[in-house]
Design a protein around this ligand. Structure first.
Ligand code: MF3
Ligand code: CO
Length: 247
């Protein structure tokens, strides 16, 4: 069931979303070659705590960290560890903050130093996929129009859309209905109501879309070992468009 939010609830949601936004740009300003993914996680934990919020991911279904830090062929849910970031890596950082009884959620993919032209394009196209996905989105838009537009842009650029992970509703819970796939048929799915809060999060692979989960039970990697990127924002569907809360 989709919980449409009241204006009062949306106001409460603004603060955790602003913390996610600020934390992502804080990390973006510091992430560099030589840092471990665990050090990235520490930046996230400290930032969220200092903001008076809680890192929603920590302990979620047993997840052991505050951020998902996913390098190169890791699509999502990379568990921070002693892995050292190096020049040429692309690193997605996905994090959630909980404050005022609500969760905010966002992700960016950062380039470490000079990366290959293919990775650079992948990162750019993944971000563009988000904006294509929300183009024209407003009250009454069929849900799967989002995925249709994401998929079209990804595939036009020779990339593929990860199928087994999707965007989602968000609010008092980190994952609420509806599930927001990054692929689909135009004109299908529920018509979104104003006040619906969604996380739209294209996960795009340079090669094939198949993923497997490593033995840690979390880390999702592409089967072909080619890189993947991730870009996510939390937004509110409005009568005449969207309001993005994590930008
Ligand atoms: N932030 C992720 C999302 O976009 C959720 C991460 S799963 C967790 O839905 F276990 F790390 F929390
Ligand atoms: Co999300």
């Amino acid at each position: 069931m989709i919980y449409v939010k009241t204006e009062e609830e949306i106001d409460l949601l603004r603060e955790p979303c602003a913390i996610v936004r600020d934390c992502l740009s804080f990390v973006g300003g510091r992430i560099r070659a030589g840092m471990t993914t665990k050090e990235v996680d520490t930046l996230v934990y400290d930032f969220i705590k200092a903001s008076g919020a809680e890192p929603s991911c920590l302990g979620y279904c047993g997840y052991p960290a505050s951020a998902c830090v996913s390098v190169n062929e890791v699509v999502v849910h990379g568990i921070p560890d002693e892995r050292i970031l190096k020049e040429g890596d692309i690193v997605s950082v996905d994090l959630c903050a909980y404050k005022n009884g609500f969760h905010g959620d966002g992700a960016r993919t950062f380039c470490i130093g000079e990366v290959s032209p293919e990775k650079k394009k992948l990162v750019r196209v993944t971000e563009e996929c988000f904006f294509h996905g929300i183009e024209g989105l407003k009250e009454g838009t069929p849900l799967y129009d989002i995925g249709y537009s994401v998929q079209r842009h990804a595939e036009e650029n020779g990339f593929s859309v990860i199928r087994s992970y999707t965007g989602h509703g968000i609010g008092r819970e980190m994952h609420e209905d509806p599930s927001v796939p990054n692929f689909g048929r135009r004109g299908t799915g529920v018509r979104l109501k104003a006040g619906t809060v969604l996380c739209v999060e294209p996960m795009i692979a340079a090669g094939g879309w198949r993923v497997k989960i490593l033995d840690d039970g979390w880390t999702a990697v592409t089967v072909d070992g080619r890189p993947a990127a991730h870009y996510e924002n939390t937004l509110v569907v409005r009568e005449d468009g969207v309001e993005i809360l994590t930008l």
